[in-house]
Design a protein around this ligand. Structure first.
Ligand SMILES: Cc1cc2nc3c(=O)[nH]c(=O)nc-3n(C[C@H](O)[C@H](O)[C@H](O)COP(=O)(O)O)c2cc1C
Length: 386
């Protein structure tokens, strides 16, 4: 190992200065069993719902927590519940992103059902909507599947196995106007305002970059929010294969540090520690080179609105994939914990979202080198046992 990559820290330990920790890292070379789900459906035992679910579980989810529980006891129905052990109370205190992540699942479920000529009648919150503070044990959705000759397959289905969140450096070239339009058009059925900024508005672009950088810095130096990520960090093939969720990192240097006991995940790094400054530097370079940003704003912020924003985001990212474009959500400035109040206000002001509006999603957008898919736990892990 290159000695220059290490920095001596107080207490005599060493940590890597050049470690791209997972929030800024990419997913590559994961153990085969962790990414098996991306091979597409296996034998479904004759139950089309399992075929459909094998696509739905490939949906994007905040911190890759995969908080989807399904009850298949009613024939031709899927009841979706939120796994209350898979929330992010520090960074997502009202579970807005968890609700969006229920929505991404529903959208992929719907695309897969259509592909099989089935109409998915999705009833949100059939036993009542969650309160504004947190989800509860009631179902998020009841889905009834019915054959319907008028149901047309959606071409976005073909992108499900190709989509992934790309955290690499993006090329400087801008997405074409037609590609941006295709992304916006993909969510036209939802009452959502989309927006895009690129090189044509250099001042606004700089404002986007500045807010993203500051929000990220805040998340990294706030001990309880960075610890929330550390808790779901999976380092090396053994942990990644064991959990098949969370934020996975498999780079040789982090694995070596972990094996040597030099990467301490039990406490937050200090603001001046190399683990923090290295990540800030890496992230800032990527943001400074990002050619464009995309966003989605809703009027209101009720639970159905959040779920539907998730459905729309899944479509937007699939549409971007079809255009050869990559996306990475930038959730930090959208998060509702007190330390983010300023970036939150700034991004809402920049995107002309006064108080009764909510910026539900804000992403980098551009061309990037391909990355591998992120782990998934497989359909069985999501099916509630009778
Ligand atoms: C609501 C929501 C918020 C997200 N926020 C972030 C984020 O702030 N930064 C990031 O890198 N990825 C973010 N993601 C992407 C997830 O981390 C990603 O979907 C998950 O790790 C699985 O990887 P995949 O999308 O490649 O399948 C978000 C996804 C969703 C649905």
């Amino acid at each position: 190992m290159d000695r220059r990559q290490f920095i001596r820290v107080a207490g005599g330990g060493v940590i890597a200065s050049a470690v791209a920790l997972p929030l800024a890292g990419c997913s590559s070379d994961y153990p085969a069993e962790a990414v098996q789900a991306w091979q597409g459906p296996g034998a479904d035992g004759g139950d089309v719902r399992r075929w459909i679910l094998s696509y739905a579980i490939l949906a994007p989810h905040s911190h890759n927590l995969q908080s989807w529980l399904v009850d298949l006891r009613q024939p031709n129905e899927i009841w979706l519940y939120c796994d209350l052990t898979r929330l992010l109370p520090e960074t997502d205190p009202f579970s807005r992103q968890i609700m969006m992540s229920q929505g991404t699942f529903l959208e992929l479920l719907d695309l897969a059902a259509r592909r099989r000529g089935l109409r998915a009648d999705i009833e949100l919150f059939p036993e009542g909507e969650f309160g504004p503070d947190k989800p509860d044990r009631r179902p998020t959705a009841r889905i009834r599947l019915a054959p319907d000759a008028t149901v047309a397959p959606d071409p976005l289905f073909e992108q499900i196995l190709r989509r992934c969140t790309n955290r690499e450096a993006y090329e400087s070239r801008e997405p074409a106007a037609a590609a941006v339009k295709a992304i916006a058009d993909s969510v036209a059925a939802f009452p959502i305002r989309t927006g895009f900024v690129g090189a044509a508005e250099p001042q606004a672009l700089q404002q986007h970059r500045a807010i993203a950088m500051e929000a990220w810095r805040i998340e990294l130096v706030t001990p309880r929010t960075i610890m929330e990520s550390y808790k779901v960090l999976r380092v090396g093939p053994r942990e990644i294969a064991q959990h098949r969720d969370g934020l996975s990192i498999n780079t040789p240097i982090v694995r070596a540090l972990t094996a040597l006991g030099l990467f301490d995940r039990s406490k937050a790094p200090g603001p001046d520690d190399a683990a923090t400054t290295g990540q800030i530097k890496d992230f800032n370079a990527k943001i400074a080179g990002t050619p464009a940003f995309f966003w989605m704003v809703t009027e209101g912020n009720g639970r159905k609105t959040q779920v539907n924003a998730g459905r729309a985001y899944a479509r937007a990212q699939l549409a971007a994939t079809a255009q050869g474009l990559s996306m990475q959500p930038l959730s930090q400035a959208l998060q509702e914990y007190p330390e983010q109040a300023q970036p939150y206000a700034q991004i809402h002001s920049l995107l002309e979202a006064p108080p009764r509006y909510t910026v539900q999603m804000w992403t980098r957008l551009g061309f990037a080198p391909p990355v591998g898919p992120a782990p998934r736990r497989g359909v069985d892990a999501h099916v509630l046992k009778a």
